[in-house]
Every structure is written in structure tokens, then in C-alpha cells.
Design a protein around this ligand. Structure first.
Ligand code: NAD
Ligand code: ZN
Length: 360
């Protein structure tokens, strides 16, 4: 095994460095992974620019990255389901497993959660990374390492659609066609939605949504009010949406979600916007529109993997840019400045396709 453990470490605001770190030593229930693919998430960019997200504050250097897949190179003595050479997707959060929320199955809400690249915990944009084996999901040969990394955002979409109660024939409005809006679109289709309208301010993202099978796309103008857009949405769809999923987090989109949803429907908020916003709650209560939050995912990885493995989901369409780990700075510049219209920027820790038995 090489001693090279080149790692992307965020030291502070605008201070992301590539440096050598010690190769981690695993415990009995962990695996050591040779990292392969790591996607850049909006939150990684946010930590780089602001050094914090809400109450998660960067106070010491932190390895960045959490949308990832790697190859098992060492196995702890108690690990039964994985072997050296297995290609795995990494669910980046490890809950305590002991608290009431964990016991009830809502482990995403565990207060003791250790989550990659959420201060103070390290992420996995590095050559060698250790992780609890039970949060590693073995990939079938025909699922690429990149797709493995994409299971992370896809799991957010699956969780959002489960929270929304999407089922056969659901009519769905998705606000925002960024990576999260697009994975939500894919998950909603798979779960039986019959009509999906997706909105954004950027046409090329809507074009991708259309390509992925959105039934309608709608370009919004910043000056339009939520009430005006609601009228447009109701004209385009065959009926008022049963479910609206906000994947932007802007006050205007959350307001739109509430106004546009049919009486008795559900609004799900995935986008992380300002801590407080002005919302038409009377409108929601008088029409019994339920408003539900989404925080990451919980027992969603296996379903997300099954969907991708079925071959019916074109998740890899989301990846628009590829960089080597040595080009991490350029990869982040591309993601944050929108250079070349990126949707998902993928960083390859090993040359692309090294670990894909089937070429993609
Ligand atoms: P993104 O910024 O790439 O995408 C957001 C999209 O919304 C963009 O395409 C943008 O053009 C569009 N948009 C912005 N303002 C708009 C407006 N007023 N009207 C219409 N469209 C508008 O981000 P992303 O990676 O897709 O993530 C989306 C949101 O989801 C972010 O707020 C992110 O923090 C959040 N998120 C939440 C969770 C969770 O667990 N709840 C997990 C991951 C991401
Ligand atoms: Zn817990």
C-alpha cells in the first residue's frame, strides 16, 4: 500500500489545502477505504466560503467531502459483510445507535451524529479514509463508483419523497432544479408520480430536468410574486399539485410551495434557507396543507442503490465536470462560480474507471 495520503483539508475561510495526512488505523468494526470518487456538495462550498453552516462552525482544520465511494483495502476483525476489494458507497453519517431517536429509527435526527465534513468531523476527500463498515454499501459491478458517490444526494431525494408520501399518480411540484431538485425528480418518478413540474431561474438546469423526464418545466422570473407563479403552475398542470417539494430554500419558493399545493396536500422543505422567513401559514392551516421538514436521510441508501442498480435511473447525467484530486482547487472554483454550467462536480481520487469493472 502506498504511503501517499494526499488529503483536502479546509483550514479556514478560503483556505483549502492539499496536504499529506497519516493513513487512518481502523478498529474492529471499521474498514479502510481507498477513496475513488467524491462529489462536491453545496455545503462543502459553503464551509469554504463562510466557515460555518448554522451552528456547525469550523474551529479547527477539517477534511472536506462527504458524497463518496471507495474500495475496501483493510477489514476490521468483526466485519462480516465486506471483504478487501469490495467497491462501496459510503453513507457519511454515523449515529450513536443508543438514543431514543436512534432506537425509534429516526437516526438522522440523532444528536450524537458523526457526519463527514460537518465540524468537528473529518470528511473523505483523501486517498485513505476509514469508516464504520455497517454504513458502507457494496456496489454491484455494473454500478459505477461515481454512481456510488451520487447515492448521497440521491438519498436526500428519496427521503424527501418518502416524507412527502409520493405514490402512484401523485402530482408533484419541485422548486429548484439544482442537484437536489433533480435527484428529487428522479426519486419521485421512481415512486410513481404521474406528473412533475419543476421550476428554476436557470434554463439549462430545466433542460436537464426535461431530459430526465420532468413532465413540465417552468422558468421563473425573480420579479414574479408567489401568487402569480401559483396561477401559472395551476394552468400548466392537469390539477393542483398534491405535493410540493422546495429544493431551493428561498423564502419565495417556500411561499410558492404553500400557495400552489392543493388543499389537504403536503409541502416538504428540503432547501436550507434563512433561519426565519415570512410564510402564509394561515393559508396552510385553513386548507390543511401539511408542512414537513427533511434532514438528510434515514434508511434510504439501500433503496437509492436498488434504484440505480435497476438501470432505470439516469443519475450519472447529473455529473457535468470531472477533476483529479490534485485539481481540487479548480474543482471548487468550477462548483462555486458556476463555470461551464456545472450541476455536479466530481473529484476522482484515482483515475476515472480504475475501479469500474464495466466501462461507462
Ligand atoms: P443549488 O444551489 O445547486 O440549487 C438550487 C437551485 O434553485 C438552483 O438551480 C437555483 O437556480 C434555484 N433557485 C434559487 N432561487 C430560486 C428561486 N427564488 N426560484 C426558483 N429557483 C431558484 O443547490 P442544491 O445542491 O440543489 O441544494 C438545494 C438546497 O437543498 C440547498 O438549500 C441545500 O442546502 C439543501 N439541502 C438540504 C438537505 C437537507 O438535508 N435538508 C440536504 C442537501 C441539500
Ligand atoms: Zn442516537
Amino acid at each position: 500500500m502506498s504511503k501517499d495520503n494526499l488529503t483536502a483539508v479546509l483550514h479556514g475561510i478560503e483556505d483549502l489545502r492539499l496536504e499529506q495526512c497519516p493513513i487512518p488505523v481502523i478498529s474492529d468494526d471499521e474498514v479502510l477505504l481507498a477513496m475513488d470518487s467524491v462529489g462536491i456538495c453545496g455545503s462543502d462550498v459553503h464551509y469554504l466560503e463562510k466557515g460555518r453552516i448554522g451552528h456547525f462552525v469550523l474551529t479547527k482544520p477539517m477534511i472536506i467531502g462527504h458524497e463518496a465511494a471507495g474500495v475496501v483495502t483493510k477489514v476490521g476483525s468483526k466485519v462480516r459483510h465486506l471483504a478487501v476489494g469490495d467497491r462501496v458507497a459510503i453513507e457519511p453519517g454515523t449515529p450513536c445507535g443508543k438514543c431514543e431517536l436512534c432506537k425509534q429509527g429516526s437516526y438522522n435526527l440523532c444528536e450524537g451524529m458523526v457526519f463527514c465534513a460537518t465540524p468537528p468531523y473529518d470528511g473523505n476527500l483523501t486517498r485513505y479514509y476509514k469508516h464504520p463498515a455497517h454504513f458502507c454499501y457494496k456496489l454491484p459491478d455494473h454500478v459505477s463508483m461515481e454512481e456510488g458517490a451520487l447515492l448521497e444526494p440521491l438519498s436526500v431525494g428519496v427521503h424527501a419523497c418518502r416524507r412527502a408520501g409520493i405514490g402512484l399518480g401523485s402530482k408533484v411540484l419541485i422548486l429548484g432544479a439544482g442537484p437536489i431538485g433533480l435527484v428529487t425528480l428522479l426519486a419521485a418518478q421512481s415512486m410513481g408520480a404521474s406528473e412533475i413540474l419543476i421550476t428554476d431561474l436557470v434554463q439549462h438546469r430545466l433542460d436537464v430536468a426535461k431530459e430526465l423526464g420532468a413532465t413540465h418545466t417552468m422558468l421563473l422570473k425573480r420579479e414574479e410574486t408567489a401568487e402569480q407563479i401559483t396561477e401559472r403552475v395551476h394552468k400548466v398542470m392537469t390539477a393542483q399539485p398534491d405535493i410540493s417539494i422546495d429544493c431551493c430554500g428561498a423564502e419565495s419558493t417556500t411561499r410558492l410551495g404553500i400557495f400552489a399545493t392543493r388543499s389537504g396536500g403536503v409541502v416538504v422543505i428540503v432547501g436550507m434557507g434563512p433561519a426565519e422567513m415570512k410564510l402564509p401559514l394561515f393559508n396552510a392551516l385553513a386548507r390543511e396543507v401539511d408542512i414537513r421538514g427533511v434532514f438528510r436521510y434515514c434508511n434510504d441508501y439501500a433503496g437509492a442503490l436498488a434504484l440505480v442498480a435497476s438501470g432505470k435511473m439516469n443519475i450519472k447525467r447529473l455529473v457535468t465536470h470531472h477533476f483529479d484530486i490534485t485539481e481540487t482547487a479548480k474543482a471548487f472554483e468550477t462548483a462555486r462560480k458556476g463555470l461551464g454550467g456545472p450541476i455536479k462536480v466530481m473529484i476522482h481520487v484515482q483515475p476515472r474507471d480504475t475501479n469500474n469493472p464495466v466501462k461507462f
